[in-house]
Unconditional design. Structure first.
Length: 382
């Protein structure tokens, strides 16, 4: 590792616990890949141990979120308390640092950027024997959990400057924002609506439950369509949850709803589009007027960059509740705790003229570029 190298190796280290950490790393990979003096590697800490262990952990994690969120809440609060589970964090990070040592020596990075707390902790141990290594931590939430706070991090990159006081370890702190992929930048509202066949006269409401489709979409669609909100189109994206997508198509497809028009009442149900996983979500966000989604940090950053109304439904205990509270206070997000609140909020937004919608703070679309430029400057300076 020397500043005379023509190319610098940057390791982006994430964990597949939710898609946000991986997508933030992907946004950084896009920028680093375009630099002539950088070679980028996107790593996954789950590759440090046998595949079956990672698969088992992920299945348990998703089961807890879906069936026992209170258990996750207990674990999150315990880990975030003073002292709390820091001994367990140290044990996990130290063990994974030993398991990942051969991988790290093979990659031989000049800089590591962690987009999850565990990779940051792992590299903090590895860095004790490689002090010349630059370690950056990109926190992909609008809150900071104590497991992020480890020694050896050269710079923390935060979603918002109002979070700086939460970094209590001796590191540089920058609030560039959560990095989002290039596809979320400079999309045209009218062009995207035309591409999807959405009329200028209607309000489009996206419903997204993350890659696993964790939101109760069936209940939400039933409640909103039953309200018969004038001029509203609903677009539900179930992600990789194909069973959910099939169930929703059977019940709420646009064709079925049009065929079952309530002739006695004299109105047609709201048109509904159902999709599984989509590659063109950035264009959908750009063309929509509002979105109902989970309070994941990366998803919220993408929404803020796209500039549509953000509705967060029943945030899960832990970082989602922290994100929701912060976004409601500082970015004008709508937080709905039940179906009645959700329907009322959707109705209010749908019936408000676009010219009457107040301007709200947006995310930094250039966060990835700013983080990458800073990291390369730091490497060259070593």
């Amino acid at each position: 590792m020397t500043n005379r190298k023509k190319k610098y190796t940057v390791l982006l280290l994430s964990a597949p616990i939710g898609s946000g950490h991986r997508l933030a790393a992907e946004a950084l990979r896009e920028v680093f890949s375009a630099k002539e003096n950088a070679e980028v590697v996107h790593g996954n800490v789950f590759d440090f141990f046998p595949h079956f262990l990672g698969s088992t952990f992920l299945r348990c994690y998703l089961w807890i979120l879906g069936c026992c969120p209170w258990l996750y809440e207990l674990a999150y609060k315990w880990g975030n308390s003073q002292g709390g589970s820091l001994w367990l964090r140290g044990l996990i990070n130290h063990t994974l640092a030993l398991l990942g040592n051969s991988y790290l020596r093979r990659v031989n990075p000049d800089a590591v950027i962690a987009t999850h707390a565990t990779p940051a902790g792992i590299i903090s141990y590895y860095k004790k024997k490689h002090p010349e290594l630059f370690l950056g931590a990109v926190i992909t939430d609008f809150t900071v959990h104590k497991w992020w706070l480890v020694e050896g991090v050269d710079a923390y990159f935060l979603a918002d400057e109002r979070l700086k006081s939460k970094i209590t370890v001796p590191s540089a702190v920058y609030s560039f924002g959560i990095p989002v992929r290039h596809a979320f930048k400079e999309q045209d509202y009218a062009a995207c609506r035309k591409a999807f066949g959405w009329s200028a006269a209607e309000k489009v409401c996206l419903i997204m439950g993350g890659g696993e489709g964790l939101l109760p979409m069936e209940e939400m669609l039933e409640a909103i369509t039953a309200a018969h909100i004038s001029g509203l189109r609903l677009v539900a994206i179930a992600g990789h949850n194909e069973k959910l997508a099939a169930r929703l198509r059977q019940r709420f497809s646009e064709q079925a709803l049009h065929a079952s028009t309530d002739k006695n009442a004299g109105y047609a149900s709201n048109p509904v589009e159902i999709y599984g996983f989509r590659e063109d979500v950035p264009q959908m966000l750009a063309g929509a007027d509002m979105i109902i989604t989970k309070a994941g940090g990366l998803t919220c950053a993408e929404v803020l960059t796209s500039g549509l109304e953000l509705l967060l439904y029943k945030p899960l205990p832990g970082q989602e509740q922290g994100n929701a509270g912060f976004l409601k206070a500082h970015y004008g997000a709508n937080v709905c705790q039940n179906l009645a609140e959700l329907v009322a909020t959707v109705r209010k937004i749908a019936l408000t003229e676009q010219s009457a919608v107040p301007q709200k703070p947006q995310g930094n679309a250039l966060a990835a570029e700013q983080i990458c430029a800073f990291v390369l400057e730091q490497i060259r300076a070593k």
